[in-house]
Design a protein around this ligand. Structure first.
Ligand SMILES: [Zn+2]
Length: 492
C-alpha cells in the first residue's frame, strides 16, 4: 500500500541497512458492570465525578475488595491469547504522582502477573509472543477543554478511576509497522469474540502504546527505544511507527544517538514529538499491595472459565471453510464480528446451499446494510429470510435479478423477505412454449456461439442462459431455461 513519506531524505539504501524492533502494550477495559475494587458503576459518559466512592477516590482508610468478574474476564482473555495462567498472582502498588491519581499509586501487577507466555499468530504462521497479561485499575481523567471561563483550567473526572483493565504486553517480536497493524487487528478481534471488552477506541476501551527501536540489520543487541503513546487508531499507530523508524534511522545514520523518551504522535502533521524522558521502571517503586491477598485462580476455577471460551476467529474460519465449502476469503469477511458469523451460520444451516448463502450475505445483504448504515442485527431481512431467498434461487423459483428486486423492496419497506415474497411473488415464465420461443430467437441471433457449443465448447451454455434471462427481463425460470437449452443446443 502506498503511504505518504513523512520524513525527509533517507535513501532506500540507508533504510535497508537497519531493521526496526517493535513491542506493543495494549490496555483493554473490561466490560464489568462495576469497578475492580469497589461497587461503583463503570458506565461511560456519566456526569463527571458521579460514579465515585471512598475507595476509588482514594480516601484514607478505604479498603479495596476485588471484583470476581474482572478476574474471570481477564483470565478468559488471557486463555484466548494462549497464555499460561499463574495460579497465584500478586497485586502491587505502582507509585507515581499525577493529578488524576488520587491515591498516589495505581494498583497493578508487577513481578507476578495473572498470565504469561501467550502468542497471537499472524500471516505466514509467525507468532507474536505475549509476555504477560495482568490486571490493573484505571486512573481518572484530566480534562483540559470545555471550560469557557478560562483557557488555563484543567479539571479532574474520577469516574474512570478504578475501572478494570488488562494490560497485554508483547515480546519485541514485531518487525514492521504492518505487522504491528495486523497484530492489533487480530488482538481486537479475539478480545471481541471473548466478549470481555467492547474495544471501543473512541471511548478509550482499547489503548495502545508502542515501543520502537532500530538496529543495524543482523545485530543482536537492541538499539535505544522510544515509546509512542496515546495513539487512537490502528492506522495512526502504523503511521506513527513508520515515522518513528525513519526518524531514528536518520539520526543514527548521521552519527547521532537516540534518547530514551516518550513521544506523542500528531496525526495531522504525521510526526511524533518528544514529551518527557522515560522514567525507568524502578522509579515507580513497586511493592506488594498490603490491602489485597494474593490472587488465587485455582485449577477448578480455571476449568470453569475455560468452558466459557468461545470458538475463536481463526478456528472458526477454518471450520467454516470445510463445513460450508466457502473460500478462506469469504470466511474472513463473514467472521469479521462474532455476531455476523453467528447470523451467517444460522442461515447457512437452514439453507440447502451454504455457499449461496455466503454469496448472498456478502453480495446482497452487507452492501445494502452499509448503504443504510445498519448493523447486521438491524437488518430488515432476517437470517430465516436469507435462507429462504437462497433456496428460492437454488430451486430456480426466482432468478438472481428478481432476488435483487425483492431485497430492494425489503429494505425500502423495512419488511422481512418472507413477507415481501408472499406479497410480491414475482411473475415467472414457466410456460415451456414461451421459453422455447425466446430460446429459438437467442440461438438464431448468435450463430457463432452455437457453432462453438456444437464444436465441444459446452461452457458457452452460460452465455445462452444469460441471453435468455436478459431477453425475458429476468422472468424466465432459470432451471427450465437450462433444461430446455441443453435439449435445443444438443440437437443438430
Ligand atoms: Zn468506587
Amino acid at each position: 500500500m502506498f503511504r505518504m513519506a513523512t520524513t525527509p531524505e533517507i535513501s532506500i539504501e540507508t533504510r535497508s541497512r537497519y531493521e526496526p524492533v517493535i513491542g506493543l502494550e495494549v490496555h483493554v477495559q473490561l466490560l464489568t458492570a462495576t469497578k475492580i475494587f469497589c461497587s461503583c458503576s463503570t458506565k461511560f459518559g456519566a456526569a463527571p465525578n458521579t460514579n465515585v466512592c471512598p475507595v476509588c477516590l482514594g480516601l484514607p482508610g478505604a479498603l479495596p475488595v476485588l471484583n470476581r468478574k474482572a478476574v474471570e474476564f481477564a483470565t478468559l482473555a488471557a486463555m484466548a491469547l494462549n497464555c499460561r495462567i499463574n495460579e497465584t498472582s500478586i497485586f502491587a502498588r505502582k507509585n507515581y504522582f499525577y493529578p488524576d491519581l488520587p491515591k498516589g499509586y495505581q494498583i497493578s501487577q508487577y513481578d507476578k502477573p495473572l498470565a504469561e507466555h501467550g502468542f497471537i499468530e499472524i500471516t505466514g504462521g509467525k507468532r507474536i509472543g505475549i509476555t504477560r497479561v495482568h490486571l490493573e485499575e484505571d486512573a481518572g481523567k484530566s480534562l483540559h477543554e470545555g471550560f469557557p471561563d478560562s483557557e488555563e483550567t484543567t479539571a479532574v473526572d474520577l469516574n474512570r478511576s478504578g475501572v478494570p483493565l488488562i494490560e497485554i504486553v508483547t515480546e519485541p517480536d514485531i518487525a514492521s509497522p504492518d505487522e504491528a497493524f495486523e497484530y492489533l487487528t487480530r488482538l481486537k478481534e479475539i478480545i471481541l469474540y471473548t466478549g470481555v471488552s467492547d474495544c471501543n477506541m473512541e471511548e478509550g476501551s482499547l489503548r495502545c502504546d508502542a515501543n520502537v527501536s532500530v538496529r543495524p540489520r543482523g545485530r543482536k543487541e537492541f538499539g535505544t527505544k522510544t515509546e509512542v503513546k496515546n495513539v487512537n487508531s490502528f492506522r495512526f499507530i502504523r503511521e506513527a511507527l513508520d515515522y518513528e523508524i525513519e526518524r531514528q534511522i536518520g539520526i543514527i545514520a548521521s552519527g547521532g544517538t537516540i534518547s530514551q523518551e516518550t513521544r506523542l504522535y500528531n496525526s495531522h502533521e504525521r510526526k511524533t514529538y518528544g514529551m518527557r524522558s522515560k522514567e525507568q521502571a524502578h522509579d515507580y517503586r513497586y511493592f506488594p499491595e498490603p490491602d489485597l491477598l494474593p490472587l488465587v485462580v485455582d485449577e477448578q476455577w480455571q476449568k470453569a472459565i475455560r468452558q466459557q471460551l468461545p470458538e475463536l476467529p481463526e478456528a472458526r474460519r477454518a471450520r467454516m471453510v470445510s463445513e460450508y465449502g466457502i473460500t478462506l476469503y469469504d470466511a474472513g469477511v463473514l467472521t469479521a464480528t462474532r455476531s455476523l458469523a453467528d447470523q451467517f451460520e444460522e442461515a447457512a444451516r437452514a439453507a440447502k446451499n451454504p455457499k449461496r448463502v455466503a454469496n448472498l450475505v456478502q453480495g446482497e445483504l452487507m452492501g445494502r446494510l452499509k448503504a443504510k448504515n445498519l448493523e447486521i442485527e438491524q437488518s430488515p431481512i432476517s437470517m430465516r429470510g436469507v435462507a429462504m431467498s437462497a433456496d428460492l434461487v437454488e430451486s430456480g423459483a426466482i432468478s438472481g435479478k428478481q432476488l435483487k428486486d425483492l431485497y430492494d423492496l425489503a429494505f425500502e419497506r423495512n419488511q422481512d423477505f418472507p413477507a415481501i415474497y408472499e406479497k410480491e411473488k414475482p411473475q415467472q415464465i414457466t410456460d415451456e412454449s414461451a421459453i422455447e420461443k425466446i430460446i429459438d430467437e437467442v440461438i438464431a441471433a448468435n450463430p457463432r456461439q452455437l457453432e462453438q457449443y456444437r464444436g465441444g465448447k459446452t461452457t458457452v451454455i452460460g452465455f445462452f442462459v444469460g441471453q435468455v434471462m436478459k431477453a425475458s427481463k429476468g422472468q424466465a425460470n432459470p432451471a427450465k431455461v437450462n433444461e430446455l437449452l441443453i435439449k435445443k443446443l444438443g440437437v443438430k
